[in-house]
Design a protein around this ligand. Structure first.
Ligand code: XIL
Length: 297
């Protein structure tokens, strides 16, 4: 295989990237993305401020551009993200209590219904736990009651039964951290009570203090609960080839690791562009980490 996507496909996995709608007019960008990746995640096109800027009035312009581009190019889509404390429109920020809970469920239903049958997996809930502790993040959604995540996943299953439903977060790659343990406990609780959840996304926005010896253990332990695991937003400062290869190796070592997504195409496309954390340089050239990943797949 000579592309990331085709190499990953040999073991039934995918290799994806984040895509920003504003870059779909850039031919260097679309050439690389079209050639190398077989899964795409909208970087910003599906956040709540983008898809429901006014309550009940859904806007899918940028998200549709990405989903249509993916379909035309034979790629699957990870939906990102239905419920997140960040990138919320003001109308939502202004709600609370029962009105917020209902608006939250209506948002899940509205967006998922528009894309019914077209999304491989949805990040239903993103980043609901606080750093450093096992506590829930104190978000507006959380203040509607501890059961908000469960309610969201139930609404999501009802809206599009074919889509995999993921919980997605960062800093949950280290098995021993309190945050990882708290997310694990939630997933274990959901699977034991029949709350619908199919996958856990590990963002993997890593620091330079790599490698990550616990990642494989963490992936294995979550997978043992009966869910898929996915690396969903991988980027590593300076893109060390060995660390990239190790992360891919950790996914390959776990049968239920469905695939890896890197968070952008070229370094200048990255939200951490100063860290040059991706697989392609600013000219679209393949970096050493690219070759390491391809060899590891
Ligand atoms: C980043 C994006 O890359 C930016 O374009 C955005 O404006 C800010 O956030 N966790 C997530 C992603 O789930 O959506 C974030 O993406 C990175 C952290």
């Amino acid at each position: 295989a000579d592309t990331l996507g085709s190499a990953a496909a040999r073991t039934g996995r995918y290799f994806g990237t984040a895509i920003d709608a504003s870059k779909l007019d850039d031919p260097v960008y679309t050439t690389i993305a079209g050639r190398e990746f077989d899964m795409v995640t909208p970087e910003n096109g599906m956040t709540i401020d983008a898809t429901e800027p006014r309550q009940g009035q859904f806007v899918f312009t940028n998200a549709d551009r990405i989903v249509d581009w993916a379909a035309q190019n034979g790629k699957r889509v990870r939906g990102h993200t239905l419920l997140w404390h960040s990138q919320q429109p003001q109308w939502l920020v202004n709600l609370s209590g029962g009105a917020l809970r209902q608006a939250m469920l209506d948002h899940v239903d509205g967006v998922m219904t528009h894309y019914k049958g077209k999304i491989y997996a949805w990040d239903v809930v993103n980043e609901a736990f606080a750093d450093g502790t096992g506590a829930r993040r104190n978000s507006n959604f959380q203040r509607t009651g501890d059961d908000w995540i469960e309610a969201a996943f139930r609404a999501a299953r009802a809206a599009d039964p074919a889509a995999k439903l993921c919980y997605n977060d960062y800093n949950i790659e280290d098995w021993t951290s309190a945050k990882t343990q708290a997310v694990y406990a939630m997933v274990k609780d959901f699977t034991s009570r029949g709350v619908p959840i199919d996958c856990v996304g590990f963002q993997a926005h890593f620091g330079s203090g790599s490698p990550y010896p616990d990642l494989r253990t963490t992936l294995r332990n979550f997978a043992a609960l009966g869910v898929d695991v996915q690396i969903t937003e991988l980027d590593i400062p300076s893109a060390p080839a060995a660390t990239y290869a190790a992360v891919v190796g950790d996914c390959l070592a776990v049968p239920r690791c469905a695939g890896v997504t890197v968070w952008g195409v070229r370094d200048p496309d990255s939200w951490r562009s100063g860290d040059t954390p991706l697989l392609f340089d600013g000219d679209g050239g393949k970096k050493p980490a690219y070759t390491a990943v391809l060899d590891a797949l």
